[in-house]
Design a protein around this ligand. Structure first.
Ligand SMILES: [Zn+2]
Length: 212
């Protein structure tokens, strides 16, 4: 079933008051380590008509918890809003050993075209899963402001209990044409901003580490 972003006010939300996306503010205090423990190797572009979705393998560690990469996909326009303007949001969806999700969201401003996304866009076919060999590991920026909070999936079933790490960065960019490609193929696939409801937001500088 196609996801209808024009009808998102009617998406069933059987959860509480900790939904995503949210508007994020804050001044970075200290650093938060995110450790890459396995390369992010994409093997397939999914048959998906709501987003550019990429399957593969990878792994990282956050606060001593090990997370396996499950899939990546994009939202245009962005879902999380910051005081600075960004144009495309890449979600790297992970699960820990108990199946608890962590999404690393990389916010991209418009600038030079991104070559990895260009390769994925060139491979995407409507209605057909397509093999693609791509290394997304370099997508993790070395310098970024990281916002962390507890939220939800931004598509139905809108499940809560998601650890969000939202990275505001300028090392990686997308071209205006790449943003237009996304909205032309998938429509505007951003969920509306949800109330923060007194949830704490941790804001720190990303300390990107690697055991690769
Ligand atoms: Zn997403």
């Amino acid at each position: 079933m196609t996801l209808d972003y024009h009808d998102q006010g009617h998406w069933a939300n059987n959860f509480g008051q900790a939904q995503s996306p949210v508007h994020l503010t804050g001044t970075p205090a200290g650093t938060t380590a995110l450790t890459l423990t396995a390369p992010y190797r994409i093997t397939q572009v999914a048959a998906d008509d709501t987003t550019l979705r990429l399957f593969g393998t990878g792994a990282m560690r956050l606060d001593g918890r090990a997370f396996q990469f499950v899939q990546a996909h994009v939202h245009a326009p962005v879902e999380h809003q910051l005081d600075a303007a960004f144009d495309l949001e890449l979600h790297l969806v992970h699960e820990d050993a108990l199946g608890q999700p962590c999404v690393v969201a990389i916010l991209l401003p418009v600038g030079p075209a991104d070559p990895a996304l260009a390769a994925a866009m060139a491979t995407w076919r409507p209605g057909a899963a397509t093999p693609l060999s791509l290394d997304l590991t370099p997508f993790f920026p070395h310098t970024a402001t990281m916002y962390r909070y507890r939220g939800s999936l931004t598509t139905p079933p809108l499940t809560e209990g998601v650890t969000w790490c939202v990275l505001a960065q300028t090392e990686h960019t997308v071209s205006a044409a790449q943003v237009t490609w996304c909205t032309a193929h998938f429509g505007a696939n951003a969920r509306a901003i949800q109330p923060l409801n007194a949830r704490p937001v941790l804001c720190a500088q990303l300390d990107l580490q690697s055991t690769l």
